[in-house]
Design a protein around this ligand. Structure first.
Ligand SMILES: [Zn+2]
Length: 138
């Protein structure tokens, strides 16, 4: 191999290495971005689970009533679900449900503040639906 040919060959190998490193860096950046997205999803799921557990704890604590188990008040329950992020409230100019709006029946006139399940609340309801059949299995 001539000197010129060796230099040309080395140059090609160098360019391949640079291209290889460039695509490796891109692959690592993509993987890192995906890993961060997975971490954000996991953190959000953890926050929802923590909120649901905090709500369950407050309800259980209210019911346990320092050793004298008692009824849990509905208005208190709603405020607690709101405080724990299982419900969200929204100002409505019309019924929040197709056929009725319990919020409007309690209040007179519009707008009225209606309560909706948050993502956490909906997830908690789904978990309740899934476990109601085997609530004592745990
Ligand atoms: Zn309503």
């Amino acid at each position: 191999m001539s000197k010129r040919s060796r230099e040309s060959h080395a140059r090609l190998e160098f360019d391949d290495a640079v291209d290889g490193n460039h695509s490796l860096a891109e692959a690592l950046e993509t993987e890192l971005r995906h890993e961060r997205q997975r971490a954000q999803i996991a953190e959000a799921a953890l926050r929802r689970a923590q909120a649901a557990v905090a709500f369950a704890g407050r309800v259980l604590k209210e019911h346990r009533n320092d050793g004298m188990p008692d009824d849990v008040d509905g208005a208190w329950l709603q405020e607690t679900a709101l405080a724990c992020g299982l419900l969200v409230q929204r100002e409505m100019d019309g019924p929040c449900m197709e056929e009725a709006c319990a919020c409007a029946e309690v209040n007179s006139g519009w707008p009225v503040t209606c309560f909706f399940l948050s993502e956490t609340g909906a997830e908690a309801i789904r978990a309740a639906d899934e476990t109601e059949g085997n609530a004592h299995a745990a």
